[in-house]
Design a protein around this ligand. Sequence first.
Ligand SMILES: O=c1[nH]c(=O)c2[nH]c(=O)[nH]c2[nH]1
Length: 302
Amino acid sequence: MAYLQDSTYGKDNVNFLKVKKDKYNPQKQEVLEATVRVLLTGNFDVSYTKADNSPVVPTDTVKNTILVEARKTDVWPIERFAAHLAEHFVNKYSHVSGCNVLITQHKWTKYEVNGKLHDHSFKKDGEDVKITELNYKQNGDFSLSSTLKDLTVLKSTGSGFVDFHQCDYTTLKPTSDRILSTDIDCTWKFDQKKIGSIKNIYKLADQGVFDKTALNVLKVTLDRFALENSASVQATMYNMCSDILDISPYVENVSYSLPNKHYILFDLSWKGLDNDNVLFYPSPNPNGLIKCTVGRVPKAKL
Ligand SMILES: O=c1[nH]c(=O)c2[nH]c(=O)[nH]c2[nH]1
């Protein structure tokens, strides 16, 4: 006999763009373009097992809610809007016991005209996105993490890979000067104990904690990538995590997942030419994939 082990449902890919007008100069604006997913858990078993739709809040209603609430409430930063949506669904429907909210913020950056940032014109200056994911339960438990994703970086020197394990399957030559390139995918998990209740997410949003943490992650990632003479993707990503933890008190742990996008030195010796580390060919497949999560060493009890 079969039984329902697990289930969740909701709406994915709900897109909106919200404009924020300056109180004193409505021509001066900010925009937030987002893609939202909301998944509900709760007392919905009969909809799967008995074809009984009576408890089902239609996914169309979920979509409407996301858009209506985006109009009615502050959506900056996305961690605040995630908390608002999660509370809404869990508080409004007594049979909803949990809500998972995933919001992706797309990049729009103001640009300069006549030496000054224009009030309401933006350019897409990269494919990188900021993502937040909140899991909220009726009993008040939550987990909150945010992500910087799809920021592609490359350095043309200042990276090597030597002294690695050798065996009869090894062909890779050690190098102290190579191209290093990756698509940054970094997730920082907030410490629920430090945040306290979900209500404090609004307070921390007002204090700028979420924006500041995202800026810390971006700055550390770009600075470390540029400034460190990288011994390996592993060593550099660990140092990035450690720097982020040092300056981000509300963060419990940091994870990176980084493809090593290989650029192979082209052997020109057969043509009687030296290469001098200037001519590489991109070799997108296969790629290395290196992941780690770095947390804080627990403080010793006295
Ligand atoms: O930084 C690196 N880490 C590896 O684990 C690895 N493996 C490899 O072939 N090249 C690299 N580079």
